[in-house]
Design a binder for this molecule. Structure first.
Ligand code: BG6
Ligand code: MG
Length: 208
């Protein structure tokens, strides 16, 4: 059975994870809240509002629900301005080569992302046509580690979960893939979790 690949987007296909970091850092600095890469790693794979709760920490109780929504919008506005600078040049040769070769070998490819900005990122980076399906933050009510987004992606592909391979940089994403009953591959920050079926150093290791 030819396996299908479901890729996380931010931090796996493109380095928008760094732009998320810059967005949260700017908000945290304005509010006088300490924020660093370690805290940012906890935001990987989780939704915008859940990320905000992580960024605010104990300070979350100081804000009304409406204020929380406007803080998340403030971060998203700055993040979107960074996305506007993205182009095809932001996709590494290693990632492009891997996607092309997997398609050539006959694998179906999908995106499984918690982000509501996935569509705009794929368009700006000229990546939309590489994927047979995109499941993102606009399709789900529960973000990773819940399996919803990966099950949605498998459904869009018309594949059984057991025939899908998840590629993730978030610990929450590996948990999500496992809960979906899929084979999991960790890259980047997720490698440290030690719970993935396989760890890789770069995307093209998938071709080995
Ligand atoms: C995930 C990121 O892909 O999307 C998270 O790893 C982010 O860091 C989440 O919080 C939601 O993204 P967005 O673009 O909808 O704010
Ligand atoms: Mg990610």
């Amino acid at each position: 059975m030819m396996k299908s690949f479901i890729f996380d987007l931010d931090g796996v296909i493109v380095h928008t994870d760094h732009y998320h970091y810059l967005g949260w850092k700017k908000l945290a600095d304005r509010l006088g809240i300490y924020f660093d890469e370690r805290i940012n790693n906890k935001c990987r794979g989780v939704s915008r509002m859940e990320s905000l709760a992580i960024v605010l920490g104990k300070r979350a109780v100081d804000f009304t629900p409406d204020e929380l929504i406007s803080l998340a919008a403030e971060k998203n506005e700055y993040y979107r301005s960074l996305l506007q600078e993205m182009s095809a040049g932001d996709v590494s040769d290693d990632v492009l080569r891997t996607l092309k070769e997997l398609k050539k070998r006959g694998h179906k490819l999908a995106i499984g992302s918690s982000s509501k900005n996935a569509g705009v990122i794929l368009e700006r980076c000229r990546l939309t046509d590489y994927f047979d399906a995109v499941a993102d933050g606009t399709h789900i009510s529960h973000s990773k580690p819940d399996p919803e987004v990966f099950l949605k992606a498998a459904g869009f592909l018309g594949e059984q979960p057991a025939d899908c391979i998840v590629v993730e940089d978030a610990v929450a994403g590996i948990q999500s893939g496992r809960a979906a009953g899929m084979y999991t591959v960790a890259i980047g920050d997720a490698v440290k979790s030690g719970i993935a079926d396989r760890n890789i150093a770069k995307l093209s290791d998938l071709l080995l």
